[in-house]
Design a protein around this ligand. Sequence first.
Ligand SMILES: *[C@@H]1O[C@H](CO)[C@@H](O)[C@H](O)[C@H]1NC(C)=O
Ligand SMILES: *[C@@H]1O[C@H](CO)[C@@H](O)[C@H](O)[C@H]1NC(C)=O
Ligand SMILES: *[C@@H]1O[C@H](CO)[C@@H](O)[C@H](O)[C@H]1NC(C)=O
Ligand SMILES: *[C@@H]1O[C@H](CO)[C@@H](O)[C@H](O)[C@H]1NC(C)=O
Ligand SMILES: *[C@@H]1O[C@H](CO)[C@@H](O)[C@H](O)[C@H]1NC(C)=O
Ligand SMILES: *[C@@H]1O[C@H](CO)[C@@H](O)[C@H](O)[C@H]1NC(C)=O
Ligand SMILES: *[C@@H]1O[C@H](CO)[C@@H](O)[C@H](O)[C@H]1NC(C)=O
Ligand SMILES: *[C@@H]1O[C@H](CO)[C@@H](O)[C@H](O)[C@H]1NC(C)=O
Ligand SMILES: [Zn+2]
Length: 509
Amino acid sequence: MRCSKTAWAFTTLGLGNGLAQAASTLFAGGTIVAFDKDTESLKVIRDGSVLVTDDRIAAVSEDAAPENLPNGTTKVDVTGQIITPGFVDTHRHGWQTAFKTIASNTTLAEYIGRYGEFAAAASFEPEDVYLGQLTGLYESLNGGVTTTLDHAHHTWSNETAYAGLNASIESGARVFWAYAFHNVTSLNYTIADQFPNFRDIAESAPFRGTPTELGVSFDYWGPNPNVPEAQHIVDIIREYNVSVLTTHTVGGPWGYDNLPSDLHAFGILNDTVPVVFSHASFITANDVQLLRSSGQYISITPESEMHYGHTHPHSYIIQDQAALGIDTHFTFSADILTQARIWLQHARYHFFDEVLSQWNIASRNPMSVNQAFLLATRAGGQALRRDDIGVIAEGAKADLVVWDANNSPSLLGWVDPVAAVMLHASVGDVLHVLVDGKFAKRDGKLVAPNYADVRKRFLKSAKKIQDTWRQMPYPPAEGEWSSGAPYEAPRIADVVSGEGNGYGQQFLD
Ligand SMILES: *[C@@H]1O[C@H](CO)[C@@H](O)[C@H](O)[C@H]1NC(C)=O
Ligand SMILES: *[C@@H]1O[C@H](CO)[C@@H](O)[C@H](O)[C@H]1NC(C)=O
Ligand SMILES: *[C@@H]1O[C@H](CO)[C@@H](O)[C@H](O)[C@H]1NC(C)=O
Ligand SMILES: *[C@@H]1O[C@H](CO)[C@@H](O)[C@H](O)[C@H]1NC(C)=O
Ligand SMILES: *[C@@H]1O[C@H](CO)[C@@H](O)[C@H](O)[C@H]1NC(C)=O
Ligand SMILES: *[C@@H]1O[C@H](CO)[C@@H](O)[C@H](O)[C@H]1NC(C)=O
Ligand SMILES: *[C@@H]1O[C@H](CO)[C@@H](O)[C@H](O)[C@H]1NC(C)=O
Ligand SMILES: *[C@@H]1O[C@H](CO)[C@@H](O)[C@H](O)[C@H]1NC(C)=O
Ligand SMILES: [Zn+2]
């Protein structure tokens, strides 16, 4: 990373070489949480500046008022504020926003039977998918998430596929939109039908020239894959050289293994395409070795894994090959800051507990805010094999968050900007968000064009969806799960003294 007191290296950016005039913005005077590629570590620059030219960070400077700026540079005064890279979310299903608050105490078994891709297919029109995806991405942008790997399993018809893709593009977020191949038997829309739809999308490439990129998601690598079918998926991934492949890795009693070894059997683990294994609950030691030797990543979705109960028994010791994700945001936070904070404190609990369970006293703190910050930013870029995402460094994508460190009551008195963000800030303190050099949020407000109209249409769609779900019987949780594992009733928390336990009801009417 180049940090200079005076001149900028414009030549490397091709400025002044006769191309159309580039647009530049200088964020001047802030505390910058930059990234030093030589030492692979965060570097804090106080009272510095970040120059953005088009979609890239043109320079990072220790000088708040550098000289020789490109002609016509717009200046944004961020004196006293904190500038960080945008957060990277490596696992998400954006279409689900309409379910918001109706599943506050759901479980994974219930989710699959009631809210998942197959349960929802028949009731979501393209308009519902479009609005869920768009408002869901806006929610994350508002919280400073600039990149989202969307496991897009709203591919129930050609039209719903395009609807979610269109919304991803329109959102302005950096979306790795990973087309899900799955047999939607209720609608007679099978994987065989999806190949031509995928080819249409890949070849017409409506995302070209936008921050959205094409990926693939597929959840049937193992156990017992349909070998020719999975091979066909591998072939199409290679044919179109997609930006990412992602899969749900939830083994153990759940049975959705999709382990690194399952993908390795198809030769797609150690190829040029990045693979993101979501959750990695019940991953094996051997599979973690495969991850390391192929440079692939897991996506830890802390709130999801605790909320639904598929947990993350080994993720604490795979953090060198891990990034963070959100998952089904309709029933918890849609920002990576919350995920990172929950994960940091949970990992601390875990490592402390290893010591305490021996009746010993921990001599130091096992995980730092610096590490949580890297997981939320740089590691997400690495999972996508993108050195230019999740970092503030010259040449990186201009995906930035400016935190209102001057005015937020939560941040009063901060000195360490990383601790200020990771432990004290909230999404309400996100003042500006830039994706690809463009404002997605400015002065505390989403820039979203047509937000008023989108909001109105979304509320109508959400009411329709929620009315439908209110009439829908809950799936029985008796006998055995599809894997053969028996159901068991967990202990119910008791939060009141005397009669009852305080569990209460959901307030849905
Ligand atoms: C910037 O503007 C000055 C004065 O108008 C001009 O002399 C110079 O060539 C311009 N530089 C670039 C890179 O366009
Ligand atoms: C997606 O966007 C394209 C281009 O604007 C449009 O032609 C198409 O109808 C849209 N599809 C859906 C399902 O909204
Ligand atoms: C999808 O359906 C086809 C046709 O019935 C079948 O051969 C294939 O195994 C199914 N794949 C999955 C992942 O269910
Ligand atoms: C399902 O679609 C296939 C063609 O893709 C067609 O041959 C078949 O009749 C359809 N089945 C139903 C029940 O609609
Ligand atoms: C879906 O799109 C594919 C590719 O264009 C096309 O062949 C197929 O007929 C479409 N399916 C429907 C039901 O329109
Ligand atoms: C696939 O794309 C990546 C970058 O997106 C590139 O580095 C790689 O060379 C491409 N592979 C092929 C086979 O085209
Ligand atoms: C992946 O490929 C690299 C070299 O290309 C090799 O060093 C490594 O052992 C391979 N890993 C696996 C799991 O095959
Ligand atoms: C959620 O809470 C309701 C009470 O409001 C209860 O009837 C239901 O069984 C709970 N669902 C789950 C999946 O725990
Ligand atoms: Zn998921």
